[in-house]
Structures are given as C-alpha cells and as structure tokens.
Design a protein. Sequence first.
Length: 661
Amino acid sequence: MAEPAATTRRVVVESVSPQVEGGRFPAKAALADVVEVRARIFTDGHDTVSAILQYKPMSSRTWKEASMEFIDDDHWRGEFTPTDLGKWHFRIVAWVDHFQTWVRGLTKKDGADLVTGPDLAIGAELVKSAAERASGRTATALGDHAKRLGDGEVDLKKRLTTAFSKTLADLMVGHPDRTAATTSDTTLQLNVDRERAVFSTWYELFPRSWSPTAGEHGSFADVEKNLGYVADMGFDVLYLPPIHPIGTTFRKGPNNALDVNTTDPGVPWAIGSPQGGHTTIHPDLGTIDDFRSLLSSAASLGVEVALDVALQCSPDHPWVIAHPEWFRHRPDGTIQYAENPPKKYQDIYPIDFETSDPDGLWAGLKEVFDFWIGEGVRIFRVDNPHTKAFPFWEWLIASLRAEHPDLILLAEAFTRPAVMHRLAKVGFNQSYTYFTWRNTRHELTTYMHELADVDDFFRPNFWPNTPDILPEVLQTGTRAAFISRYVLAATLSSNCGIYGPAFELMEHRPLRPGTEEYLNSEKYQIRQWDLDDNDSLAPVITQVNRARHSHRSLQRNSNLTFHHADNDMIISYSKRADDDVVLALVNLDPHHSQTGWIDLDLGALGVEDGSPYQMHDLLTDRLYLWSGSRNFVELDVAGIPAHVFSVRKQTRTERDFDYFA
C-alpha cells in the first residue's frame, strides 16, 4: 500500500523507451546521434501534465535537462544528443502543472465570459510561488506579474492579457513546482558507441594467401602492399582470421582431411603451439613490428584492422600444460575436443567455463584482449561467443569498455535468436545474422521487420558469405547472384561485410552437393587469388560502397520502408535521413531478368504527389525522370540486376533524362 505522502505524486510515467528488459541492460546509441526517448505520461482527472527528460554520462553527478513534448493519447517524446563515448543514464521527471491547468481553465471561462477576480487571484498565487523559486531579475519579473494578476484595482481585461502573455508563460516554464513530481521508476542505461559501431564495411582475408608467389605463405607485409586494393573498394574494416601459431597435433589437411603432410598450414582457429598462444604471432606472418606497420598503414588509408578472437586452443597451446583445469576432460583423463556432429574438430580444445578456476580463466582470457588493445586494436570479431558463458561476456565487455569505450566487438553467433539477442544485451556491438539464408522477398521483408523489433540493442551485420558459409544462392555461380546479394547486404544493413577475394572473384564451388563448405577452402590451405581478373566484381562493389559512404540514409537501420512491386522476384525499399533518400530495387532471381511495376510511398520518399522527381542510379551513374507513385522497371541479369537510386526532388529539362529504368 502506498504511503499517504506518495499520493501527492499523481503523475504516472510508464512504457519508457528505449529500454532493454526494464533497464537491466543498456540500449545502444551512437555518438552525436539524436536519442529519442518516448513514454506514456498521464495523471488522474483533467489536470495538465508537464515533463522533462534528464540525462548525463554515468561519470557525471549533474543531470542535464531537455523538455518533452506531448504527441497524442498520453504519449510524449523528448531527445538528447550524447557528447561522449561510454555509458549514459537517462530518466523522466513529470508533474501536475497547476499553472498550465489554471491557464487552460481560464481560457475556457474567458470564452464563456465567466472570469472573476478570484479566478485571477488563484493565478497570482501560483506566479508568486514561482517568483519565490526564482532569483534575480526573473524573480522580480514574476513578482511583478503576480501583482498585476492579483490587483483588483486593475481592469479585468488587462489582467487577462497578463495571464495569457507569452512572457509570463516563458517565465513559468523555467520555474515549475516539482515538489510532487514523479521520477520514472528506473534510471535507464545507454551505451554510446563511436560511429563505426553503427556504420562499417568489412573485408575479410587470410594473410597467408596474399603472397605474390604461388604456394608461399603470405605475410603482413604482403597484405600491407595490397591495402590500396581493399581501401579503394570502400572497405573501412580489414578483418583478419586468427594470426597466431597453429598447432600440429591433429592438424587438418586440404578439405578437412585427416591425412596431412608437413607443408599443410593447418586451420588458423587451431590456436597455439610451443611457439606461443593467443598473444603470439605466427612466425610466417611476420613480427609484432610488421603487425604494427600494417595497422599504421591501414589507418593512413582510413581502414581499421579487426582481429579474430577465438577462445579455444589447439592441443599444443601452452595453456593445455599450464592450465589443464581450463579444459573439459573425458573419464579416461584425455581432453574433450570440439564437435558439431557430424563435424569433428580434433585439432581444437574448447574452454570449459565450468572450470574449478573461474577467476584464473577469466583473468587469462581478458589478458588476450588487453594485449591486442595495447597494440592499438579496437575492433574484434569474436568466434562462436554463444558457446561461452554469458556472465563472462558481461563482465569482460564492461571491464574493457570502462577503459576503452571506443571498443567494437562483432559476435559471430549463428545460433538461436534468444542467444544472439542475449549476447547483444551483455555488450556485443554488432552481430552476424540470418541474412545469409534469407533469399525470397517474403523472407527478407519478414526478417527486416524482426530486426526492427530489437533495434534498441541489436545491430545486425550482413554477410553474403563467410569462410564457413557458401550459401546455396551463390553456388549457382551467376554474376547476378553475387551482385544482388551484396547490394542487399550493403543497403538493407548499415553494417555489412564480405569474405574476399572469394566473393568478388565469385568463388562458388561447394565441397560436395548439399553442403555450404567451399571446395579447397582457404581455412585448410593456402590459396592464390588473381586480383586483376577481368571478371572481378571489385568495380561493382566499389560503386555500392561509394553509395554507402556518400549517403547518410544508408548508414542507419531504423529508417527502412518497403514499397510494393507487382513481381515477387523484385524487392523494393527505401531509406531516408532528412533530405537524403535512397531507393533500392533488386532482382532476386539470379538466372532471369525481371520486370514489374513499383508502387511507391511518395511520402516516405519526401516527394509531393504529382511532382516529377529525378532518380540518379548510383551504380551506373544514369539519370531518370519519374513521375507519380507507379513506375516501371526492368532488372537485367546480364548487367547489374539492381538499381540503387538517389531520389532528388530537383529536376532538369526532360531531354537530360532517360525515362525507363
């Protein structure tokens, strides 16, 4: 039962967003982005309510304030812009605004010519109280207004003019009576990340395959010489699989063969040898100085290097001898290797998070991140985080971000939605998704709506392929399939990536029918790639990435609108950020050209009905003039099976345009 004093707090504040599990976890935002806070705010009876939004960095003791505005049906909104990285707090304070209630009632009485002296005296008391809360010139001004309102010798109409004046209203807004204000039940949290956590374009490569000499093990220096290739295509994150020594015990050969010879390089995720473990570099890749040089050269081109952290060991890892308690053992005393039936990973020992030494294990794993952070790495792709304990990740990420709020972690978690979401809640900035297997229009639209429901905390990163996954749609080997999948990934999601050069060179041969494993997978052997191949998709990828970097609308996810197409093989959608509007049309059939009529939501495009508008194809640089909401398109698989249009309201003379896309 409520205490009697609590009944004076009559305002209800509920359904505050963004929030994750009632404030148990922080929502996510980006530095300098406007954070919109919404809530349902109301009181009993018919009194007027006022509300403010309070916010601050977690490290600050002082709350900043922003006004909240009434929308409709007891829904309110407010906004603030975070100015620092790291964790922020926000809450809502709301109260019965007796002055505004009085003004509203007085307005009704004035309309009915029923205002009396006592009505104005009530307002005079409210203004006088505000004067006592104020100071300086403001207090004096409020006091003067109170006197005029309460002065019975002054003409009633003049007193009404004072009551309804904007000057008085502005003065009162700054000095409300909050003695009975309600503060939202929970102070909510917000993790504020840097821009690259929200908008990034990843390129994954195996350094060992980048030697100019066939069959030789590539190095950091070889990658450094080719950084221009990656940067020129418009990628801003260069992701390297594990760069550590690889074990020899149960080493895998080509195509996951158990029979190996001394020249087989092994799987990079089988980490550790007598040469060292997770804080050691594979000697064939180079030295720590070579790695530092790669980071420096990449940064000069606007590219960050992301490292893979796989918390697992080969049987030869130093931890196996030094900390056998960190691994799960069979009854016969041998360590249990990793399995995902029918797959067996005899060359990998998983970490046991039910170890008898959790403190030692957690500290040891944190040292891995600390080491590479110390070398300047701020982006990590984490291998299979869903097979590690959630409490560990929550502790680790909070600990790391307390010192390095610019940290970005991508979860490679192809698993159940609830598990993926939990990893995002405990701190992962981005996550792999099911996009890789969403192909039809219905699948894609449904999935995007699902992602919109978790937008407060879950940031998708769309990958058409990975070293582990050659999806069936790419096994067709058609150029159109690869182009369409990248256009979709790059325009539906603000974070996307490819595993190259396999992608741009359209590597499409599966190990066997019905499997998503690559034939001659780079995971097991050194490959040689012809970056100068005339059929390479690098020019198309460059155009797509240029569009991403040039258009703010493609750099966020919460601004997506789907448009109707009368052909199920065509998907149409737009993104808008203020006046920047991009419309994408993609052929989902990798084998046949498709045509159809598109019915556009002109309001979502910011176009007035009946006005012509210019469509600039960002992939071909061609211009079209469209008019009205219904337009015809043809998407040719022999060329580029997609349009990515910048929608412009301004038009030129008709002769400057083609009329049909």
